[in-house]
Design a protein around this ligand. Structure first.
Ligand SMILES: Cc1ncc(COP(=O)(O)O)c(C=O)c1O
Length: 374
């Protein structure tokens, strides 16, 4: 059987990792500033993470959601404390798309309404509701088409007001910082204005923190830079350092009911253990602070850089929009200097490294960049 061919692949096969270093099958060494698409939050193969997962695997890997699982409660308590959402309830699933799918469903159940407002260039995942709220017709099948999603331009409060005033909206969904689009931030005024409009029109504010959450931007959730509070927050990527998991943080105003949501694998013993290990490491090693500090370093280092048209983002969620003559730099960084980075189209390099990245590694990346662009 062949693989269903949906991914354009680099001809590189990493087989081993440690913190921000990767080794491929030929023994070549790479530095990882991509984190497997913002997933590696505490570094590859962190010894505490490996130990916690190995021990749990030897005890119990999985049982269904029909029995008590105190690991879920431990995770919810820790996540509540670290995130500042300790009065919220946690629903566990398996991916970012699933987290958003469940968030949209909860909002619709709670409000009894069907419509959702999302933003231009948004990416919320590839399941049915999530992909409908994603502003990219190329990845929507006819099956996904729905009249229930309306798009407004990011940072245009008037447009949001006009749409919401038509009525019938269960939720507004917005990324903490738009990632796949190429790193675009909501303004402080806009996101606080959204909160006010959601309250005015009786719909819920869903913050998709799947890419921008878990300390990546220098706060636990990106929207916390603006002092705004969401009704529902979705998380995934960095949550368990690569072990599949998604989480939906749900306001105490929203009441659960048996059967309202459900999943076979969500919240299993291994996923919870991985997520608890990640939170322990983030706290113990002050990784949110490190993300802010190294982010500041990158910002200063790239100020006035001849290759950079615009520097966007916060902390370790960075978009470097390239001047035209430097398009192609990402491949040079990879093949000539052995640095993995992310991208948004050909013109934007995205840096999404592990929050453990050291000053020394950050400096080595800047040095490699300068050599390639001088
Ligand atoms: C903001 C955002 N939401 C949702 C998703 C979907 O997550 P997953 O691929 O785990 O389904 C992504 C993935 O890139 C994302 O960046």
């Amino acid at each position: 059987m062949n693989l269903f061919d949906v991914y354009p692949l680099w001809d590189i096969e990493p087989v081993k990792g440690l913190d921000t270093t990767l080794w491929d099958k030929n023994g070549e060494v790479y530095t990882d500033l991509y984190g497997g698409h913002a997933v590696i939050s505490v570094g590859h193969c962190h010894p505490y993470y490996v130990q916690m997962l190995s021990e749990q695997l030897g005890k119990l890997g999985f049982y269904s959601n029909a029995v008590q699982n105190s690991l879920q409660k431990e995770l919810a308590t820790k996540l509540g404390r670290v995130s500042g959402y300790d009065d919220y309830a946690l629903f566990l699933c398996n991916s970012g798309a699933e987290a958003n799918e469940n968030a949209l469903k909860v909002a619709s159940f709670h409000t009894g309404k069907a419509k959702v407002l999302a933003f231009r260039k948004a990416f919320h995942g590839r399941t049915s509701g999530a992909v409908a709220a994603t502003d990219n017709p190329k990845i929507q099948a006819p099956f996904n088409a729905t009249q229930n999603i309306v798009f407004a331009p990011l940072n245009d409060l008037e447009a949001v007001d006009t749409e919401l005033s038509r009525g019938g909206f269960a939720a507004v969904i917005i990324e903490g910082i738009q990632g796949v689009a190429g790193i675009y931030e909501p303004t402080n005024e806009f996101i606080n204005g959204l909160r006010t409009l959601c309250d005015k029109y009786g719909c819920l504010l869903i913050l998709d923190e799947i890419q921008s959450g878990y300390g990546r931007t220098g706060k636990f959730f990106a929207h916390q830079h603006y002092g705004v509070r969401a009704d529902i927050v979705t998380t995934a990527k960095g949550m368990a350092n690569g072990f599949p998991i998604g989480g939906v943080l749900i306001s105490p105003e929203i009441k659960p009911g048996y059967g309202m949501l459900g999943t076979t694998f969500g919240g299993n013993h291994l996923a919870c253990t991985a997520a608890i290990a990640v939170l322990d490491i983030i706290e113990k090693e002050n990784l949110v602070e490190n993300a802010a500090k190294i982010g500041e370093y990158f910002k200063e280092a790239f100020a006035g850089d001849p290759a950079v048209k615009e520097y966007r983002g916060k902390g370790l969620m960075i978009g470097l929009e390239l001047n035209e003559e430097y398009v192609g730099l990402r491949n040079k960084l990879l093949f000539e200097k052995h640095f993995f980075t992310g991208a948004a189209g050909a013109g934007v390099i995205r840096l999404l490294p592990s929050l453990t990245i050291s000053q020394e590694t950050a400096e080595s990346f800047v040095a490699a960049w300068r050599e390639l662009t001088k």
